[in-house]
Write a protein that binds this ligand. Structure first.
Ligand SMILES: [Mg+2]
Length: 253
């Protein structure tokens, strides 16, 4: 099917840490020139969206606020569509992203990557909200990520602790949840089958998108490992050396 919109992962596709991936800026410019609507998908919930945009701008990528599709944005949209209010277990610097939607007796508990603010007291207060009937919504399910000093716990272990204690299963609004991809696709006014997701994480980006009915491409940059390609067997997903090669194929040059 013809591709009418593209979802792009950030880290590992556009840049790695503080280094631009060679060819990606030019490839992105060609995608823009072709007039394809784009959304940039990040599971980052430790920092607000503006922080992510500033980092991209420092690397030379100008991304409009409307193009950055993050879990807080997906959760906001979901809360507004459902006319629900929430309480928060998120990093304090993320709280402004939920302004107007927080209420003391809310029946939704939103969990983000609260990092060093995941204290026993805050986790226990969240657990009590769940036991009083609040619905658990998680802005991701990732197990860990790499920092300069080593591997670090991501949001997933904390979400699973709350699931374990409460007996609930979280509604995940972040990659690789189908709901998250569908919200990003709807944000472009398109159908899943006409949208391509490009990422370096075979599970979170590519298989997540394919399971949600999108098309998927794995790039051999970022966290890519050759064994990842085996996991795509039996799917229509394809593999490309980098974003430049993806755009070559999309624009058939
Ligand atoms: Mg990535």
């Amino acid at each position: 099917m013809k591709i009418r919109g593209v979802l792009l992962d950030l880290s590992g596709v556009l840049y790695m840490a503080d280094q631009v991936i060679p060819g990606s800026p030019e490839a992105l410019a060609r995608l823009r020139a072709a007039g394809l609507p784009l959304r940039f998908l990040s599971n980052m919930t430790r920092y607000p969206a503006e922080h992510v945009r500033r980092h991209l701008a420092e690397l030379g990528y100008e991304i409009a606020a409307a193009e950055l599709f993050t879990p807080p944005r997906a959760v906001r949209g979901w809360l507004e569509a459902e006319n629900r209010r929430c309480s928060l277990l998120v990093h304090p610097r993320l709280e402004p992203e939920f302004s107007g939607l927080v209420a003391d007796e809310a029946d939704v508990l939103v969990v983000g990557d609260a990092a060093e603010t995941f204290t026993y007291a805050r986790l226990n207060a969240a657990f009590r909200r769940l036991m009083q009937g609040a619905e658990l919504v998680a802005m991701g399910d990732n197990r860990y990520f790499r920092e300069p000093e080593g591997l670090s716990l991501d949001i997933g272990p904390f979400v699973h602790a709350l699931e374990y204690a409460s007996g609930q299963t979280a509604r995940v609004l972040g990659k690789p949840a189908a709901d998250f991809f569908h919200l990003a696709v709807a944000d472009m006014g398109l159908e899943p089958g006409e949208v391509l997701m490009v990422g370096d994480d075979v599970e979170s980006d590519v298989l997540g998108a394919v399971r949600a009915g999108l098309q998927g491409t794995l790039v051999r940059t970022g966290k890519y490992r050759p064994s990842d390609e085996d996991r795509l067997a039996g799917t229509d997903a394809w593999v490309a050396d980098d974003l430049a090669a993806v755009v070559d194929r999309l624009l058939q040059k």
